[in-house]
Design a protein around this ligand. Sequence first.
Ligand code: SF4
Length: 375
Amino acid sequence: MESYTVYIHIPYCKKKCRYCSFLSTTPDSNDLDTYIEAARSELKLYGPFLSGRRVKSIYVGGGTPSLLDSRQLKQLLSAVYLSLSVEGDREITIEANPESASLERLKSMHDAGFNRLSIGLQSFDDTVLMSLGRLHDARSSFSAIEKARNAGFHNINADIIYGIPSQDIGKELDGVKALGPEHVSFYYLAVEQGTPLSMDKRFTPLNDEIFEELYLRVHEEMVRMGYEHYEVSNFAKKGFQSVHNMNYWERGDYLGIGSGAHGFFKTGLPWIGMTAQARYENAYPPSAYRGKVSGNDGGSAFPISRVEVLDRDAEILEHIFLSLRTWKGIDTALVKNKTLLKHLTDDGLIRIDNDKLSLTAKGMCVMDGIVTELF
Ligand code: SF4
């Protein structure tokens, strides 16, 4: 039976961080309840179309899903189980931010059935957290993981951002070492146009050389701590790679639920009469999404606002880019310019093993250039 993953987007946060370009807004008093109701209705719509297939992971992200209380969490997960067919041994992740991750809230997440927690720590330094406009401090970064352990989580991811001028990367690595989460996502700060951070004249993004230096240091020290560097920005202890994220990188099918969520099915989107492989995006903001799900806007009950059909060329290019992000790499048969392989290997940018080409950590820093030269 073919499997797929489910992503549910919670587009609400207490306050917008200064660097944030994600789809999120601050909720009014009843927003969370009405939103959960709409997500439940959307899940029900997919039931008849996906009855022959199994869900292999569920991921509730945002936004800040830790704003949901115990009742809302249970309502959301039970709607997934009632509408879709979920594999017994599956990964069920929820994202949390330290300021809304009280022990009680974390316990209610665990009781609701979540078995993996992804915490947006971002840094162990108060100055860095303040410059990013985060609502928590370094002490809460440390205590959040401890509370998560006490709440029963044994599979924890910590998100860390780096690339902030004046940030001491050693301090972030020491924090990771002290807490030992099973999985760490080290993201390089992307300064997106239109965010308050992009308009801050005191903030100058780091140049490429410094980026490479930081990237290689993070790689070396994380590997020394026993983590596998299995994707450009992701590190895991043995056996703790994210099932959900690997599915994206392997171009597996995924269902996106909620305002602004994306979905992708190689077999098409039969619920809107499409047979070609396609990606879709749900309506945003949440009011537009709720309107579509309830049919109030006179349109389809599926809250889809945009569809992108992928032809064979787009499929191959996506496969190359996504596969090269991971340590699994791609078949050398796909390489057009084979004369460069020796040169790139000698420069320590790629490795070839059993006809599989993968990037080294140094190669990951210049991935776009390598793809342009080889394919
Ligand atoms: S918590 Fe995450 S989604 Fe929410 S505003 Fe901050 S960066 Fe954006």
